[in-house]
Design a protein around this ligand. Structure first.
Ligand code: FES
Length: 96
């Protein structure tokens, strides 16, 4: 079983990685208060995540992310990065 570990506000939450779900959807479904001002449409960056490990187990960076300037090696928009479910991922939710 693959997992996504969310680090947020000093808390660590480990969730089973459900393939095809975004980091945002996965976190929200498990009660994490991840900001998502644009409703998960890739226009606001409030769902910004820093990926500590497992970037290769997330979907490729989307055009929307590139258009928003989210191009760093360790940053993703939570609403755009989908979990592949093929390995463990650890992220910090930045809560802008
Ligand atoms: S929720 Fe707005 S960019 Fe992700």
């Amino acid at each position: 079983m693959s997992t996504v570990t969310f680090l947020m506000d000093g808390e660590e939450t480990v969730i089973e990685a459900e393939a095809g779900k975004t980091l945002l959807a996965l976190g929200l479904e498990h009660g994490l208060p991840i900001e998502h001002a644009c409703g998960g449409n890739g226009f606001c960056t409030t769902c910004l995540c820093t990926v500590h490990s497992g970037m290769e187990y997330l979907s490729p960076r989307s055009d929307r992310e590139e258009n928003m300037g989210i191009v760093g090696d360790d940053t993703r928009l939570g609403c755009q990065a989908k979990v592949l479910g093929t390995g463990d991922v650890t992220v910090t939710v930045e809560s802008l």
